[in-house]
Every structure is written in C-alpha cells, then in structure tokens.
Design a protein around this ligand. Structure first.
Ligand code: CU
Length: 275
C-alpha cells in the first residue's frame, strides 16, 4: 500500500508538470502593454512553485516508500534541526522577496504612471449585477453625474445630470467600446459592493470599491471583441455580471462616438453582432 501511494505521488508530480509544460490550456492572447510583463511574472512564479511542488511530492513519495510500514528502515524520532529550518526559511524568504521585486515594475507602471493627456475617457459604474459605461459623447467631456438622478426605469443607471452642458451628448451602455492603439483611461466606481473589472485579454483586474474612484489606463493593440467580467464574488447573480469590450478601428470608433445617444445604442448593438 505504501509503495503504491509513493508511486501515485511520483506520478502526480510528473503528470502535473507535463500538463503545465505542454501548455494545452493557456491564457488568451494578450492585447495590452502590461500583457507580456504580467505573463513573464506569472511564468516566473509558476516555475518557482512548480519546482517546489514537484520536489515536495517526490520527497513525500520517497519517504513513504522508504519508511512505510513494510519499508526496510524505521523512521527515527527527532526534535528537528535548527540548521535545516533556518536554511529553508531563508531560501524561501529570498525567493519570495525576489519574485515580489521582479513584479514591482509592472505593478508600479499600471498603478502609478500618469495617464497620457489624449487618453479616451470612460467612466465605469459597477452594480449588482451589471457593468455600466458612461461615455463623454462627441464633445469628449464627461458630464456631471448625481446618484439622486439614477433612474433604472429610464435605463439611466449612472445618474447623468442633463442640465450640465457637458452631459447633453453623453451616452451610457452596458458594453465598453474603445479605439485600437490609443490610450484609454477608465475611472472605476461601484454603487453597492466591491466588484472587480477583469478583461483577461488585457491582463487587467482591478477592484471597483464603493466610495472610491479608481483610475487606470491602458492601450489595447488588437481589434476585436473581448470578454469582460466581474472577478469578485459580489452576490447571488455574480455569474451574470459579464459584458464585452470592443476594440474598434479608428474610423468606426470615431463614427460611433459622434452619434447622438439613441443611435449610439443601436450602433453598438450592430457592432456587437459583427465582431
Ligand atoms: Cu460584481
């Protein structure tokens, strides 16, 4: 029995390593400037924990076979070895601190870099259980919003104040549309609980926290329709909180943004079908 269990642990370690190295189920293509850096950090971490996992399972299997009930040797009782304890604690600490330092650069770039002044701005308002996107319209300026003006029956989930001149041409919708190869700035808010804006293709996952306006910027480099979802368990219909991000060629994006808000909604529906 002990030998069988030991053998199973060997096979588990080797099988897991093969599945990861084969890369048959892997990430979607990456389309943002953070993608390659995040993926590199992920791979580094995976190698470190992969080596630790395989070493631990193989050592465990070895111990079971050698010291099991029918094994040739008896285990010896020991109080442990301070020298060994110290050695692997220091090695673990060094490896983890080094990983954290390597990941620091992309973290800082994403969170601390200034948004380029020409970035296209969109406000993102998360709620149970949908994403709302508030677009500035042809004037490029986001109008004032007021939570008292939120009117679900009129499909205004954001509360756009139409008396503000900048808000006259604003539009809101549950789909995100952005231009390709141009910087975009999103401001994330939440109306109720913590949600998390997650577009796997961008390698961006950012919490939307009630009471905070979280800014983030990125540039999408490939035209297409990408999944956008909530990555924070936010209630009983959390699984329904998904949408799409459309990355459009310049001409289509500019045409869309120039439309009055009713036509904007219709055109977005057409684009969603087409992509
Ligand atoms: Cu959510």
């Amino acid at each position: 029995m002990g030998k069988l269990l030991g053998l199973f642990l060997f096979l588990l370690a080797v099988g897991t390593a093969i599945l990861f190295l084969g890369g048959w189920w892997w990430f979607p293509e990456s389309i943002s400037e953070y993608g390659p850096l995040i993926d590199a950090q992920f791979n580094r971490t995976l190698v470190v924990v992969g080596v630790a996992f395989c070493a631990a399972q193989i050592a465990l299997g070895y111990a079971i076979i050698r010291f099991g009930r029918k094994g040739n040797e008896r285990a010896v009782y020991t109080h442990g070895s301070s020298k060994l304890e110290l050695t692997w604690t220091v090695i673990t600490a060094v490896v983890f601190v080094a990983l954290a330092i390597l990941g620091q650069r992309v973290w800082a770039q994403f969170h601390l870099d200034e948004t380029p002044p020409n970035a296209k701005k969109v406000e993102v308002v998360a709620q149970q259980f949908q994403w709302n996107f508030h677009y500035p319209g042809p004037d490029g300026a986001l109008g004032r919003t007021d939570r008292k003006l939120i009117n679900d029956s009129a499909l205004d989930f954001v509360g756009i104040d139409r008396s503000d001149p900048a808000a006259q041409d604003d539009a809101e919708l549950t789909t995100l549309a952005i231009p390709v190869n141009q910087p975009v700035e999103l401001t994330l808010r939440s109306k109720d609980v913590i949600h998390s804006f997650f577009v796997p293709a961008l390698r961006i996952k950012q919490d939307a926290v009630p009471g905070l306006a979280v800014r983030m910027n990125f540039t999408a480099s490939r035209i297409g329709k990408y999944e956008l979802t909530c990555a924070e368990l936010c209630g009983n219909l959390h699984h329904n909180m998904k949408s799409f991000m459309l990355v459009l060629p310049d001409n289509e994006y500019n045409e869309l943004m120039a439309l009055p808000s009713d036509d904007f909604v219709v055109r977005m529906g057409e684009l969603l079908q087409r992509y």
